[in-house]
Design a binder for this molecule. Structure first.
Ligand code: C2E
Ligand code: CA
Ligand code: CA
Length: 747
């Protein structure tokens, strides 16, 4: 039931709500005000001669003094404030009495009630209202002359006491309203604050990231659930717990203390450090995000941190780094790690010897005994190599069967170690159940500064090739004339890189050489041959850049460019040209993307008969490549293109080997063709090849035909087609196109 009292209660302020220090400030002000009144009344009374002994004003002024003392000395809030209210009532009454009830003197009651509203408490407020009414009534009855300044009031003091009481209350009404409104506003603000505080607490407590709040002097103020779980801390923290009491410390005691750093940091910071758990000794990596909170005056108040345990990802990263540094098969250094460490070694005072090692005829071991045996052989090799070189030497596997050793010391030391390695491999290696005798070719070169790292390895590699060419199983020391070749190769590489970065049709133009049919003399096909145009306008033959392109892998983009352009011209020249022959290097063929790239290229020209594209592969490519070339050739053929075996006769291949290659065309090497007319032995070889090719349904092209007599001899032997300067040198596309379309195709 809503009663009047309820309504009143709802509409009146409840009082209180001041914080202790705020209340104390207001009370101090009121007490001093009261003391001031006491002093002022004493002076005023003395001045007006109203303070003669025993007079009412004297007693009243004297009564203010204990009120001031009680207000200043009593503990708590209520009693002191009541004394202040009472003191003000008495002081106002004293003032009224001194003025003999002058109406204006009553204004002081209005001032005092406004001042007392500062307490925001009904007790002093009520005491003052009651006191004022009581004073007017009692004093009005007993000494109306000293209480009221006009006749009517002096006659009806009780009535005027009520009038004054109500007037004072009305004067205080707006104080009460203001007081009540402030209370309501504060309550709402508090509710909002409570709500956001609650939200923040949930966010802080429930996030899965360990979070903590520290004070600048290192006390742990607050930690969340995740933090407790992470450091296995109890629910309740002991009071005054310090950062240094936490069960975790920096793994490196010499490292600058993170907390000290956090406190000097402005704004926020991120640190990744290694820590150790004090209880288990276990180490962990922690990423600490710190945020400093300052007060209005810029003083550091709180340090807010959240800690991410990044141990797992760090370990993973370290493992990866380790994997990158080591060759998975042998455990020796990887190429990139070797390059890094070699640069460090070369930065030292002593010269550095680099020994390049390659196993002689490794491929035959690998093919003959299987890959597992090949792997075991490589592991055995690595172990023996590592055991032979002196401590401190770098030993790496660069890939395949190529190893490299680097060690500081004089050239004599290098030679001695090289010979020791050679000697170490005189003993057979254990592979599987048996033993395997391997021979190695070694190249030795020396370098002196980190800038020479690549050059030294390349020099050792070059020397190793020289050892191989000289029959293998030996140590070759890098010589000055090799140096010239190495420099040339480095220059070629740089040139090639530049050319590939430029406008390819300008820097790497494709020329075309005709292939003619023996019977008719018509141009039936063309071989696309790449050239390089240097910035100086010089035109370079492929011999100057194809080897470098192969070695560096730049042959892949280069070869793709040749293929694209060649196919474009094949389509352009249409019926004027039977087929286009394009050279593809072993490295290109080994690229897993090669077949898909070619398939895409052909798909771009749906009208083109793919058999008009011939892919030329050298015999050596078939012999040396690491991927299963035969399989790759079969997939190529499934695209419909034809395969030509280039430079046939220069490799180790025997005639019978031809049967096992899925080729459509055999290109007889120039060395067989030149001087054929005068050499019956060459003629018989060619005859045998032609016969075999025919029986395998392969076509034959004789390369390097310069001499009409040789061409006659070839036709005599029934060679179906030829290519050579006799029919035309390689020419730029425009010139070759003109020849195809404008002049007769016959030679
Ligand atoms: P190749 O495939 O054996 O190409 C035939 C080479 O013999 C061409 O040299 C050609 O100009 C030359 N030649 C043709 N007829 C005669 C002749 O009657 N007498 C003499 N003395 N030489 C003749 P070129 O263009 O300098 O190419 C050299 C080699 O470079 C090519 O040998 C081929 O192996 C390689 N090559 C050329 N273009 C490319 C290419 O785009 N990609 C790849 N991977 N290799 C290429
Ligand atoms: Ca060729
Ligand atoms: Ca050739």
């Amino acid at each position: 039931m809503v009663t009047g009292a309820n309504v009143l209660q709802r509409w009146l302020p409840t009082g209180g709500g001041l914080r202790d220090e705020d209340w104390a400030g207001r009370h101090r002000l009121m007490t001093r005000l009261l003391a001031g009144c006491l002093v002022a009344l004493t002076f005023y009374g003395a001045l007006r001669d109203e303070l003669s002994g025993g007079s009412l004003p004297t007693w009243l002024v004297l009564l203010v003094l204990p009120c001031v003392l009680a207000a200043a000395l009593l503990p708590g809030r209520r009693l002191p404030s009541i004394f202040v209210a009472f003191g003000f009532t008495v002081a106002c009454a004293a003032f009224v009495a001194m003025t003999h009830g002058q109406t204006e003197a009553h204004f002081t009651f209005f001032i005092a009630v406004a001042a007392l509203a500062l307490y925001r408490d009904w007790a002093p407020f009520g005491v003052f209202l009651a006191g004022t009414t009581a004073h007017h009534a009692i004093f009005g009855i007993f000494d109306a002359g000293l209480t009221y300044g006009h006749h009517s009031a002096q006659k009806h003091p009780l009535f005027w006491a009520v009038v004054h009481g109500v007037a004072v209350l009305l004067a205080a009404t707006f104080q009460v309203v203001a007081w009540r409104l402030t209370e309501a506003e504060e309550r709402r603000a508090q509710e909002n604050l409570d709500e956001s505080e609650a939200q923040l607490t949930v966010a802080f407590e429930e996030t899965p990231v360990p979070m903590a709040i520290f004070s600048p002097d290192g006390r742990v103020l607050r930690i969340n659930k995740a933090y407790r779980a992470w450091l296995r801390l109890p629910e309740e923290l002991p009071a005054g717990l310090l950062v240094t009491d936490l069960p975790i410390e920096l793994a490196d005691p010499a490292a600058p203390r993170l907390f000290d750093q956090l406190t000097v940091q402005d704004g926020s910071s991120i640190n990744v450090r290694q820590y150790r758990r004090k209880d288990t000794g276990e180490t962990l990596w922690v990423e600490v995000h710190g945020t400093n909170l300052h007060d209005r005056h810029g003083n550091l108040r709180l340090i807010f941190v959240h800690c991410l345990d990044v141990t797992a990802s760090r370990r993973h990263q370290e493992e990866l780094q380790d994997q990158v540094r080591h060759d998975a098969l042998t455990g020796l250094l990887s190429r990139s790690a070797f390059e890094d460490d070699l640069a460090v070694l070369l930065a030292g005072a002593e010269p550095v010897n680099v020994i390049y090692l390659d196993v002689d005829r490794f491929k035959s071991v690998n093919d003959g005994s299987g890959h597992a045996a090949g792997d075991e052989l490589l592991r055995g090799l690595a172990t023996r190599l590592a055991a032979t070189v002196p401590a401190g030497a770098l030993v790496a596997r660069l890939g395949g069967d190529e190893f490299v050793v680097a060690l500081s010391g004089s050239p004599r030391t290098g030679t001695r170690v090289g010979q020791a390695i050679l000697a170490a491999f005189a003993e057979p290696l254990e592979v599987g159940d048996g033993h395997l005798q391997v021979a190695v070719s070694l190249g030795l070169a020396a370098g002196e500064s980190p800038e020479q790292a690549d050059e030294t390895v390349l020099a050792a590699d070059t020397a190793m090739y020289a050892a191989k060419r000289a029959g293998g199983n030996r140590l070759q020391i890098f010589s000055d004339d090799m140096r010239v070749r190495v420099r040339e190769r480095i220059a070629a590489e740089a040139r090639l890189r530049e050319a590939l970065a430029g406008d390819l049709s300008e820097t790497l133009p494709i020329w075309f050489q005709p292939i003619v049919a023996a019977g008719t003399g018509f141009v039936v096909g063309a071989e696309a041959l790449v050239r390089m145009r240097t910035p100086q306008g010089e035109l370079l033959s492929p011999f100057h850049f194809i080897p470098a392109a192969e070695e560096t892998g730049m042959i892949v983009p280069l070869g793709e460019h040749v293929l694209r352009l060649a196919v474009r011209h094949l389509v352009e020249w249409g019926e004027h040209l039977g087929y286009m022959s394009v050279n593809v290097s072993p490295r290109q063929l080994a690229e897993p993307d090669f077949v898909p790239m070619l398939a895409d290229l052909l798909a771009a020209y749906p009208a083109l008969d793919p058999s008009r594209l011939v892919i030329e592969i050298t015999e050596t490519a078939l012999l040396s490549s690491s991927v299963d070339v035969r399989e790759r050739l079969e997939t190529l053929k499934s695209l419909g293109v034809r395969i030509a075996l280039d430079d046939f006769g220069t490799g180790y291949s025997s005639l019978t080997w031809l049967q096992s290659v899925p080729a459509d065309v055999v290109k007889l090497d120039r060395s067989f063709v030149a001087g054929l007319a005068a050499d019956p032995r060459k003629a018989s070889i060619i005859q045998a090849v032609l016969w075999l090719a025919r029986s395998l349904s392969m076509s034959v092209i004789a390369e390097g035909v310069e001499d009409p007599a040789d061409w006659d001899a070839l036709r005599e032997l029934d060679c179906p087609s030829g290519q050579g300067y006799l029919f035309g040198k390689p020419a730029p596309a425009a010139e070759f196109g003109d020849r195809l379309t404008k002049t007769l195709q016959q030679v």
